[in-house]
Each structure stands twice: as C-alpha cells, then as structure tokens.
Design a protein around this ligand. Structure first.
Ligand code: FE
Ligand code: FE
Ligand code: ZN
Length: 284
C-alpha cells in the first residue's frame, strides 16, 4: 500500500464513529464530511461517546488530517446581511466543534458576490474571516479553489491571495486545490501540472497548499461549469491523476475524492486505483 493520504467525502448520518469505520472499510487514510446538513440548518449536538469512538478509530488507523467541509449554503459575501451573519455564526460554531478533534482542516467555498463585484466579495470574506478565526485555534481553515461558476469568488489564485492578504491571523489559513475546479477555472493541469504549481507558488505560496480535492471533470478547460466526474472518465483523464499523486509537491497532502459514486464500493475502487497510480503500476 502506498503512503498516500487519501479518502472520500463521507456521511455523518449514522454518527461520527460509523463514519470513521466506513473510512477504514474502504482503505481510506483521510476523509471529508459536512460539519452540518449541507443545506445549512442547525448542527446536531455532539454525542460524547460517539466522538470518543470516532477519535479512537481515527488514531488507531493513523488517519491523516481530516478535511471537514462547510455547507455550500454559507456565503460570507452575500448581498443579504442575514445570510452573511448566518455564515459567520455557523462557521464560528463549526470551528468550536472542530476544536474537539484538534489538528484537522476545515474547507469552505469563499462565496459568491452576487453582482456586488469581486472586490466587494473579497472585502466581505476578509471581514467575515477576521471575525470568525480565533488566534491559537487547532484547526486550519482552507479556502477552496473555485470553478468560477456564476459570481464565485476564488476563481483565480490572485483572488485567493487577496483574501489571505486581508486576514489578520493568516497563519490559520490555507488552500484546498480542487482538480476539477482549477481546470474549469482555466488552469491547465492536464498538459502542464508543474507550470500551474509554479504559478500557485508565485501567487499564493505552496506552503499554503494543505489539501486536494480529486475530481475528474465533465467539461473542458475554462468552462466554469463545476460538474465532477469519476477519476479517469472525464476531461482530466487517468494520466493527469497519475501525475498528481506522484508529484513530489502534492503527494504528501490529504486527498479527498468528491466523485459521483453510488456507494462506498465505488470510492474503495477509486482509492485503490489512485494507490496503484502512485506506485507507478500500469492501469488500463
Ligand atoms: Fe467544495
Ligand atoms: Fe471540491
Ligand atoms: Zn465542485
């Protein structure tokens, strides 16, 4: 088994302990989960026994840093003050909860500026993060690279860099690179992965890159559509993923699959596939 930290997005519906057991059952060494119902709403209270069992399964199986995901409904740069206020409050609560599982990552979509313009979007996102982040917290907050669908902020490395620049406690911030999203945004990792990483390094700094979302894409470079595909079945193709999992600047990062699958078996197969690619095996 290669040393990749790899897993997929899992459900908390049957509890945290069951989620960790699911991860083990599919050969995962990290995973992602929504911090509350993806449509927003209130988070269920943490069950202490469930949390303890979850933590012990994760440590027993050497799970790498987990990559929790904020619900898609949070929008720190909405034009509606109540939506902004909800996102700030919910993120603060999510991060308080994350303190119970210290040392992990919390990924969120920077937001959609809804016709206010990217400058105002960046300003509001910075204002929100400055309110939400707590100095000394045990969780690193990750900005996700976005496809640039609609008015999404974070469609370029420059926009992400501007957000990081505008946050006081930027030591608490990192970036999660989504392979489908960056291709949708126009970064050609298919023909020039190293060139894109050089650009990331120049604009943001590679030390900020803390996690990857591994998704193939249904659409071509620059399409701004955000439609994920199974690994090897989209426009990125198997060889792109072979390059990603063997790249010395990427291979030690936690990698999370967000591909369309019907159940755990599909992700188990994809995890195994990526481990074979990482170890240089021929894969048809
Ligand atoms: Fe995401
Ligand atoms: Fe993603
Ligand atoms: Zn996506």
């Amino acid at each position: 088994m290669s040393g990749l930290l790899i897993g997929c997005h899992l459900s908390t519906a049957s509890g945290y302990a069951q989620m960790a057991a699911d991860a083990v059952s599919i050969g995962a060494t990290t995973f992602a989960f929504f911090t509350r119902n993806p449509r927003g709403g209130n988070a269920r209270a943490l069950d202490e026994k469930d949390l303890a069992a979850f933590l012990s399964t994760c440590s027993e199986h050497g799970m790498g840093p987990l990559v929790a995901h904020a619900p898609y409904t949070y929008n720190l740069c909405s034009a509606k003050p109540e939506t902004v206020e909800f996102a700030r409050r919910a993120m603060r609560e999510d991060l308080e909860r994350m303190e119970r599982m210290p040392g992990n990552l919390y990924n969120f979509h920077p937001g959609s500026h809804v016709k206010q313009g990217a400058d105002e979007g960046v300003r509001l996102i910075c204002e929100g993060l400055n309110e939400v982040l707590v100095p000394g917290q045990a969780t690193t907050v990750l900005l996700e690279t976005m496809a640039g669908k609609g008015t999404e902020v974070g469609r370029s490395f420059e926009e992400l860099a501007r957000i990081i620049d505008g946050v006081g406690h930027d030591e608490l911030l990192g970036v999660c690179l989504d392979t489908c999203h960056v291709v949708d945004a126009g970064y050609d990792i298919v023909s020039d992965l190293d060139g894109v990483l050089d650009e990331f390094d120049r604009v943001i700094g590679l030390s900020r890159l803390r996690a990857l979302h591994l998704n193939d894409s249904k659409n071509p470079l620059g399409s701004h559509k955000d439609r994920h595909e199974r690994i090897g079945q989209g426009t990125l193709g198997l060889e792109t993923f072979r390059a990603v999992v063997s790249n010395e600047r990427l291979r030690d990062l936690p990698m999370v699959l967000e591909t369309p699958q019907d159940g755990l078996a599909g992700w188990a197969a994809e995890i195994a596939l990526l481990r074979r690619l990482a170890s240089g095996e021929e894969v048809e």
